[in-house]
Design a protein around this ligand. Structure first.
Ligand code: BTN
Length: 260
């Protein structure tokens, strides 16, 4: 890609890694997740793959939304993994990627970013990053982990400007994207290898340290339904557990959380 000043491609390519992996840098693409999906059939299964773009024309968010991906400002990155997990445990990977992202982002801000189940990162109550994991079960099952981080944006389109923020807006400082991507990839490698070594409980415990959701009353919207209760934790499948007034627990596997 035409090298934006703060992206040092060779420093990223030379990052130490236990597994061999290919890096692909693009000035512009539709979506880094879609780029990996197109490469999937021909990519050697034993090799890792990371796609980084300076901008996306069709950045994908969860629930069919778009991810604002202007050039020169954000981190738009996807990585390919071939997890050995049963399909019902795959949501754990979104939590794993969220944990890696929050730890990386918090290296650059003194106010702590918080995880919002299942895939959001909020800083000062506005969205600063999001995760989109996509599962491709054909042949050798693959998961594409897509991460978008708002880094040096100083403005957002009208439709999201009340709910989105960036590291620069919150800290007042220009952030070097290479430094942030290095932290992110280091954390992703680390959290994924921890997940393979230890029990899911360890990941859930660490994820819980980075959220302020538990103990609060939330409403979860899923299609046309909504359910309200107090969020009390996550179970070992990464589902959100809420209780109602009579203390009955419900485990929720997807949807959109609103406070109150
Ligand atoms: C969300 O919060 O809804 C998830 C947003 C995920 C955005 C990232 S940007 C890199 C990767 N490529 C995409 O098209 N989407 C993800």
């Amino acid at each position: 890609m035409p090298n934006p000043r703060d992206i040092d491609l060779s420093a990223l390519k030379n990052m130490p890694s236990k597994t061999k992996r290919q890096w692909r840098f693009l000035a512009e693409t539709d979506s880094t997740n879609a780029e990996i999906a197109r490469m999937l059939a021909d990519h050697p299964p034993e090799q890792g793959l990371i796609v980084l773009a300076d901008s996306q024309t069709d950045g994908k968010g969860r629930l069919g939304r778009t991810w604002h991906s202007a050039p020169g400002t954000g981190v738009y990155i996807s990585t390919l993994i071939r997890p050995n997990l049963p399909p019902e445990q795959l949501p754990i990977l979104t939590l794993m990627a969220g944990l890696a992202t929050v730890i990386a982002v918090n290296e650059f801000t003194s106010n702590r970013a918080q995880l919002k189940w299942p895939n959001d990162l909020l800083l000062n109550e506005k969205k600063i990053a999001g995760i989109l994991c996509e599962y491709y079960p054909k042949n050798i099952p693959a998961v594409i982990i897509g991460i978008g981080i708002n880094v040096n944006q100083t403005q957002f389109p009208t439709n999201i400007k009340e709910i989105a923020t960036s590291l620069k807006l919150e800290t007042g400082k220009e952030i070097n994207r290479t430094a942030l991507i290095k932290q992110l990839i280091t954390q992703l490698d680390f959290q994924y290898s921890e997940l393979k070594k230890y029990k899911v409980e360890t990941l859930i415990k660490n994820w819980t340290r980075h959220t302020d959701l538990f103990g609060k009353t939330i409403t979860l919207k899923k299609s046309s339904q909504s359910i309200t209760g107090k969020a009390i934790g996550l179970d070992n499948l990464g589902r959100l557990i809420i209780t109602n007034e009579s203390g009955e627990e419900t485990a929720l596997d997807s949807g959109e959380v609103r406070l109150g």
